[in-house]
Design a protein around this ligand. Structure first.
Ligand code: ADP
Length: 319
């Protein structure tokens, strides 16, 4: 293999740049040319290619976002769009593709694989909702970002003896809310997989008040409930001052954590190794301390759920 392409697609995640750096440097180390594709699948269709060298990825290991840019590309869902991409891949002499992103990115990559392009997927998403891997690139950073916000909000919650509802990202999955909530000592955690009733949250608040707690932190994943409604209901039913803080886009960016950089570096290098060994249609995964790989098609069709044990633990530790 003489030339490979690399793209980031779907939502950006901290650590994607560290993965890009690892892919580029490993490839060059082995004498393989790397082409960056800008804006995910849009760049494949528009032939927006960028030759990458050792210097192109200097000084990016610590940066959030992605230097290759990312986009959602509707045209790529259609046969005609993908046909254009395939022509460009061929014309450019690209012999393999590494795609960094989430579930959608991998489904797109599988379409290319079916058309004969060897692909390798690197799970990069803050949501951690990719099966077969215990972590995705960006997840550890976002959990730490949310934790930092919880710590700060807790100071105000304690000082003013208030209830705080904090809405975090997670439309379909509660990984972020659960891990940050458990680590941050939240009183209640509401996730799409297990949406608590507001009355249960109120019971938790009352129990805390009865034993002298000065505040309550309630973490809600955006897909679990309307945080505004929940805040209003708590306030009305308890008569207590209840504030809402929607963390929003501060969660996506920022400097990747050590753990995300390590994961990105290991997965990025291994993605290149796999291609050079002639492997194709594989997805990188973290299993304990080991970087492993699975059939991409099989892997993304497995299921992955949050740990209900952790949810119970969070409830037990916040009594
Ligand atoms: P993520 O990778 O974070 O899950 P998306 O679901 O937005 O993000 O997917 C990123 C892009 O991947 C989409 O905009 C689209 O171009 C491509 N894609 C997703 N699913 C498919 C599919 N089934 N077939 C072809 N392309 C797809």
């Amino acid at each position: 293999m003489k030339k490979i392409a690399l793209l980031t697609s779907g939502g950006d995640a901290p650590g994607m740049n560290a993965a890009i750096r690892a892919v580029v440097r490993t490839s060059i180390y082995y004498g393989v040319e790397v082409v960056g594709v800008r804006r995910g699948y849009t760049g494949l269709i528009e032939k927006d290619f960028l030759p990458l060298n050792l210097g192109s990825v200097a000084d990016i290991i610590q940066r959030g976002g992605t230097i290759l840019l990312t986009a959602r590309c509707d045209e790529f869902y259609k046969e005609e769009g993908r046909a254009k991409a395939l022509v460009n891949i061929k014309e450019e002499g690209i012999e393999g593709l590494i795609a960094i992103g989430g579930d959608g990115t991998f489904r797109g990559a599988l379409e290319l694989e079916k058309a004969g392009v060897p692909v390798i997927g690197i799970p990069g998403t803050i949501d951690n909702d990719i099966p077969c891997t215990s972590a995705t690139i960006g997840f550890d950073t976002v959990v730490n970002t949310v934790l930092d916000a919880i710590n700060k909000i807790r100071d105000t919650a304690t000082s003013h003896e208030r209830i705080f509802v904090i809405e975090v990202m997670g439309r379909k999955s509660g990984f972020i809310a659960l891990e940050a909530g458990l680590a941050g000592g939240a009183e209640s955690i509401m996730i799409p997989e297990f949406p608590l009733k507001v009355d249960d949250i109120i019971n938790n608040i009352q129990r805390g008040l009865n034993r002298g707690k000065k505040h309550s932190i309630i973490l809600i994943a955006e897909g679990a409930a309307d945080a505004r409604e929940v805040t209003k209901e708590i306030s009305e039913k308890t008569g207590l001052e209840t504030r809402l803080s929607i963390l929003g886009y501060i969660q996506r960016g920022g400097m990747p954590s050590a753990q995300d950089r390590l994961l990105a570096s290991r997965m990025g290098a291994e993605a290149v190794n796999l291609l050079l060994r002639g492997e194709r249609k594989r997805m990188l995964a973290l299993d304990g301390e080991q970087i492993r790989n699975f059939d991409l098609d099989w892997a993304i069709n497995q299921s992955k759920t949050v740990s209900l044990e952790d949810l119970r633990l969070a409830g037990m530790l916040s009594i």
